[in-house]
Structures are given as C-alpha cells and as structure tokens.
Ligand binder design. Sequence first.
Ligand code: NOJ
Length: 521
Amino acid sequence: MPAPWWSRAVFYQVYPRSFRDSDGDGVGDLDGVTSRLDYLQQLGVDAIWLNPVMVSPMVDHGYDVADARDVDALFGGLGALDRLIEAAHGRGIKITMDLVPNHTSSHHPWFQAALRAGPGSDERDRYIFRDGTGPDGGRPPNNWLSIFGGPAWTRVVEPDGEPGQWYLHLFDAEQPDLNWDNPEVFEDLEKTLRFWLDRGVDGFRIDVAHGMAKPPGLPDMRLAKAEMVLANMDDDPRFNNDGVHEIHRQIRRVFDDYAHAVAIGEVWVYDNEQFSRYVRPDELHLGFNFRLLRTRFDAGGIREAIENSMAAADLVDATATWTLSNHDVDRTPTRYGGGHLGLSRALAMTLVMLALPGAVFVYNGEELGLPNVDLPDEALRDPIWERSGRTLRGRDACRVPMPWEGDAPPFGFSANPQTWLPIPPEWAALTAEKQRDDPDSTLSFYRRAIDMRRSRPQFGGRSVQWLASPDDCLAFRRDGGLKCVLNASRVAIPLPDGELLLASAPLVDGDLPPDAAAWLV
Ligand code: NOJ
C-alpha cells in the first residue's frame, strides 16, 4: 500500500485571525487565506491546518465553539470555507480544520439548556456539573485548576435564583468541559465530523486530544505540581485518563469511512509508552509530539528529543511528527535567544526539523522569521491575561498578524489600520514582499528547504542513524543518504564529506559556524 499523503507532508498552520483580512474589519478571514494561496503554493506546503473557524463568541479565539457545524461570520461563513477548499484543492493543497471535542462555548445551546434545566437533568448530564463541598456547597467539588489560571470550577445560579451546582472547565469559564460518558456527546461529534468531511475537508487537528476522559470520582490533583501552562505533568488527573482511548477509537471508526482524511491529536503527554497509545493503528493517525519544541538549543537535549519522539512513534509503528512553534508558544527566534542569535538558531532548527522523517508543521510567520512582539497591556486579548489576575501575559505575542507588503502597518494584512493585535513598524523589514525576491531571506531559505525535502530522494526512509560529531553538535543520516549537521557549540566545525545542499548560515572558510546547520548528500 502506498504511504498516505500525510506521512511526510509539510503542514502549514494558519491562525485565521492573523493571516489575512479580506473585508477590512481588522481580523483575518478565510477569503484572506484564499487570496494568499499562491504564496503557500510557492512555499511548497502540502496542507493547511486552520485553527478553529466554527461559530464562536471568540473568548478563546474560536476554541470556544457555539455551533460546530457552521463557520463564524467573522471568518466569512460556510461559503468562504467552500471557496477555500475548492481553490486549495485546485492547487493540490489539502485543508485540515481544528476540532474541539473536550469542551464547548458556554453560549452553546446545550450549555444554555443545562443552565435552565437544573440539577439532575439530562441536559446537565452533557457537561460535568457537581454539587459543591463545604458549608452550603460553597467550595468547588475538587481542587483542580484551570489551565488558564484560577479554579477549574465555576458556580452557577440555579433557575430558582439561588447559588447552586458547579461546572468543570479545564480552560476558561466560558469553555465548559463535556461529559464524554454521555453517549449523546459522541453522537453529536460524529455528525460534526461527517458534516465537514463530506464537504471536502481532508482531516482534523484534534484539540486537547488527551483531555476528554475524566477519572471516576474526579480525585484531587497534586497542587505542588500544578503548572499554569498547557503542558501538564503525566500524573495529572485532569488529562491522559485511560478512557480517552476508547473515544479515539470511536472517532477513528468515522475517519475510516474517509480514506483520505487524517486525524492529528494535540497530545501533551511525555512518557513514550503513554504517548504511543494515542497513535495505535485504531486511534489517531498522527499525534503532535512537543518534545522538540520544548527543548533548548542544546545538542544533547535536541538529540534526546528526536530519539524519544521517534521511539514513541516506533513503539506502535506510527509516523513521527515535528513542530517548532504554534499559536500557544513563544516564536522560535524569541525562544532561542532573540535578535540575530535567536533567528540563526531558529533557522538551524528548521533544517534539523525538515531533515527528519515524518510529518512537519510550520506555523504561519515562521517562514518570515517573525519574533514575538512585546504588546502593551491594553492590547492583550488572550483570556489567560485576565484569568491569571493579569500576572501571565498569555499567547498574544506569537499571534500578531502577518506583514505582507508595504512600509508601514498594517502591511497589507488589512485595509483597516486597527488590526486586532497591533503590528510593529519594525516588521517593515520582514514583509513577504521584501523577502520574496531576496535570495538570502528567511522566506527564500524555507522555500528552498521545503522544495529539497519534497523533491530529493535522499530524504527517503523512516529512520535516522546518528553520526559521530564534535562536542555540542549533532549529525545524523537519513536512509536515503541525506546528512544533517547541527552546530550548537561555540566554535566553527568541519563538515563531513559530501556535497553541500543547504546551510542555514554562510560557511566560514568551509566550516559550519556556531548556531547553524547544514544538509549534505
Ligand atoms: C489548545 C489550543 O491549542 C489552545 O489555543 C486552546 O486555548 C486550548 N487548547 C483550549 O481549547
């Protein structure tokens, strides 16, 4: 059987609010994506992953879904999605969407009905409502914290006007968790999956794919280990409960009716064996492995992340996935030290990532070398800012709209100067227009690297062999013959034998400088 299209695809993550605004409201939309398909085709991507575009009050920018079977008017409605699918398919680019099965918006008709119906009702059973503890039930049912800060429980006012039960929300209070023990929840998700897959969508990235099942009795979590970040610990009762695997099997049975479609889970689980369970043959096709993204620019750590990610996939003969950034984490140039150093390291890591076997995910703007943006307090829009009592700034810094062209904000992103997050004037040097014809730009580098990865046989095979390399460096070889060398040391190093295909920085007297990587064949 030929390998499926996604097994070595380059996915390009579009954060729709920030990609391109076609209607001048200052927020990106789907016709904006369609208008830039030429750009994506030239970049060489195989597929787009769209962050959520379903109907939503947008408290968490679409991860709070009020109607899972319609596109929000903000993004152009269903018609705009149909136009995008048709135009993308016409260019051989697949479209994958984001699916949010762990929770809904509090505006969802189910949650509104649950509030009206009162304790013990069938409507409440679609969510996780519990009586409180302590005098008058005034304390939450357990000690779980929301990932966005504060308790994971909110108390409701009952239809009689009295304070009453509490409901669980692992994220914002506007994102109540669904009760996956209730069969109606899967029945509804199945309708949603078929709705989009029948419309021509090529798959889904599944949000919080390690989160849907909750442990019986909802035992307390160990607060000493509580982290107010998306990455949970492996012994955290809020996530990675065994029941989640039966849910994935149910989902997979639906996917199996659509042979072309791919299910990619967001799986924040680190133990290799535990992680591998999510990508068994009857569960997800792919699972995001975030080890590489969490690793500092350190050769030992990077090698360990690669080895572990591959080992986790190999345990069940699954395909590995690689990503360095997304809409939840600091942008790579910032994470690796900022400025010229940060960008050099980010480009070096790009060569490492694109040299690896499996599926790769690039986050919009990564190909322009965009860094995080220091936004003023009043510009912040991420719910984390308010929920953390304004102690955590959240993720807006990595979500600033794309600079397309021109010399001043909004750089062709929108006709409206009031963009939903402000774009810094310094990005004049980073626009797609400025980088397009400059052979030394970050964009040209990405294009060349993606093109080589796609077209050269040396990138073939499923494994990597580690080669000897100087201290604080790493080198590996693909089955097809590609060699990748990373220099994370302080001194320039000689390259192994072979023809140089691409380097992330100019060689110095034939040597690879620090904070750079190279491909050879
Ligand atoms: C993970 C998503 O990537 C993040 O952006 C979102 O806030 C949470 N899931 C909640 O849906």
